[in-house]
Design a protein around this ligand. Structure first.
Ligand code: NAD
Ligand code: AKB
Length: 318
């Protein structure tokens, strides 16, 4: 039985993953942590142990790992792309020093580490269509720089110290339980909220801008599957391209109109997030994940829209 520490547990992924892991491994075996408590997450904070851990504080992290005899760290605490451009020094500190602290304690205490990378590792010089697993990674955001460096650091700890590090390059994740934390792909979540509340949405990402996306249940499956994957099959480790769909704002709007025919979309493009989106792939090739650990997402755009509108509508009482 694993004994897991989740960092950044109250974020978009962590808030759902922690509860899923508690179901699978038992409440006592999944320790949630974040740098502070957050209203609306009482169930998560009370259904098992919750620790306040700022990942930039290596001593506190080490104390918590030792206290709970952790053997697996799922490291989710990070600053995402849009916030990272507003506060690049914070993004560097949290994303790099946080990861370094996690890897150091994992080396000392013999823990496995899963940490997500992102489509943000790619940049303008990367082939944008069917982006290969192994290709040019020259991002032009601080977030992307930290994600590329993070992939390299995780591989370094695997090869140099034998730390079992694994990761995926997540695309934009769409979910209804917890709002996204300040990224470029967030428009694809906000659009569903506004479709239900106002029957219209003003997109900060421009017409024709395609990006890879995935519905949260598939993202959670990816994490659990890769954590459990047979290491002898893994040629890659940090990190695997994974995707479930690729669309632009018009295509997600068309999918929403199948359920809400009067839905209207217009644009007020944010140049900062648009430039980031332009530098990311239109669609990635995730063959390596499919071959090495049987990655196989369940939700396409319409299946996601149907579920998202139903579940979000229920949550919002609409
Ligand atoms: P999020 O922003 O929703 O959650 C991150 C959490 O980390 C937040 O609750 C935040 O309070 C916490 N945090 C920030 N600084 C911290 C610190 N110093 N110490 C402890 N906690 C801190 O992010 P998310 O979407 O859940 O992302 C989790 C991971 O997945 C990140 O590494 C992110 O880069 C990656 N990822 C996410 C997406 C996505 O679309 N959500 C896509 C690609 C990759
Ligand atoms: C972001 O937009 O910053 C994230 C990501 C794709 O890494 N959703």
């Amino acid at each position: 039985m694993k004994k897991i520490l989740v960092t950044g547990a109250l974020g978009q992924i962590g808030s759902e993953l922690t509860m899923g892991l508690r179901e699978q491994y038992g409440n006592a075996n999944v320790i949630a942590s974040s740098r502070r408590t957050k209203e609306g997450h009482e169930e998560l904070m009370e259904s098992g142990i919750f620790e306040i851990v700022d990942v930039a504080d290596g001593e506190k992290l080490s104390e918590v790992v030792k206290k709970h005899r952790i053997d697996t760290i799922v490291h989710l605490a990070a600053i995402l792309s849009a916030v990272g451009e507003e506060r690049p020094n914070q993004a560097w500190n949290v994303n790099m020093n946080g990861l370094y602290n996690v890897l150091e304690i994992a080396r000392e205490e013999d823990c496995a580490v899963f940490t997500p990378s992102s489509i943000a590792v790619f940049g303008d010089s990367t082939p944008p269509d069917n982006t290969p697993q192994d290709t040019i990674q020259r991002p032009n955001t601080m977030y992307g720089v930290t994600k590329v460096a993070g992939e390299l650091l995780c591989d370094y700890y695997y090869h140099r110290f034998g730390v079992d590090t694994r990761g995926v390059r997540f695309p934009g994740l769409i979910s209804y339980k917890t709002l996204p934390g300040g990224g470029t792909t967030d428009y694809a979540v906000h659009i569903y909220y506004d479709a239900l509340k106002h029957k219209r949405y003003t997109s900060f990402i421009g017409k024709g801008t395609k990006m890879d996306m995935m519905y949260m249940p598939d993202a959670l499956d990816a994490i659990v599957q890769l954590l459990d994957a047979d290491p002898s099959r893994l040629i890659h480790r940090n990190a695997f391209n994974v995707t479930a769909m690729s669309f632009d704002p018009e295509e997600i709007a068309a999918s929403i109109r199948k359920k809400i025919p009067e839905f209207e979309l217009d644009y007020d493009v944010d140049p900062v997030r648009q430039a980031i989106a332009n530098s990311w792939p239109n669609s990635m090739d995730d063959t390596a994940a499919r071959e090495e650990w049987d990655w196989n997402p369940k939700y396409d755009l319409d299946a996601m829209t149907e579920d998202m509108l139903a579940k979000l509508g229920e949550k919002l009482g609409l």
